[in-house]
Design a protein around this ligand. Structure first.
Ligand code: SAM
Length: 159
């Protein structure tokens, strides 16, 4: 499968899981954490899908389209491994993380610290949607819709 096909499948899976949460009205109270702003396309989707939520965004630099740059108070610039520590206990309703690189050895390092941060930011009953697997005892794996291939994107609820 070409990298273009894989990218499209990954983005479709991401969007479909976020839409599932929106359409089934699953979110408890609390802010949304967008881990990895990138171009801001997902941030744009989150702001449209959850217009009443505070969305706090993390990235090491701001390189998003100018229409998708969060307000300063909701933008956390720096290495997520360091900056997200200040948000442990935020009682977030949703953490979305799209910071995979496509390099297994690099992603393995991220997967050694990201699950603890995601679990720490979420409230009990909050959801995590991630491009990388989040192996953590407080994160219960949820079933994904059948049309999404296993391993394409990951879906969890904090116990
Ligand atoms: N969902 C985004 C969008 O809609 O454009 C794409 C996110 S992009 C794949 C990943 C982003 O996460 C990049 O902008 C990168 O700078 C950021 N990132 C990855 N690892 C990071 C880290 N450890 N600390 C800070 N930023 C990181």
């Amino acid at each position: 499968m070409s990298r273009l096909d894989m990218f499209i499948k990954r983005m479709s899976a991401q969007r479909d899981l976020l839409n599932l949460i929106r359409d089934q009205n699953l979110l408890p109270e609390g802010p949304i954490m967008e881990v990895g702003l990138g171009n801001g396309r997902t941030y744009s989707h989150l702001t449209e899908s959850f217009p009443d939520r505070r969305i706090i965004v993390f990235d090491r630099h701001v390189a998003a389209h100018k229409s998708s740059i969060p307000q300063e108070e909701n933008l956390v610039v720096g290495e997520i491994r360091e900056t997200a520590r200040d948000f442990i206990g935020s009682e977030a309703a949703l953490v979305h993380a799209d910071i995979g690189t496509g390099y297994p050895e690099k992603d393995a390092i991220v997967m050694s610290w990201l699950p603890e941060l995601v679990a720490g930011m979420l409230r009990s009953g909050g959801y995590a949607v991630s491009g990388l697997a989040l192996d953590h005892p407080q994160l219960e794996t949820l079933p994904i819709p059948v049309h999404i291939e296993p391993g394409r994107y990951y879906f969890y609820r904090k116990i």
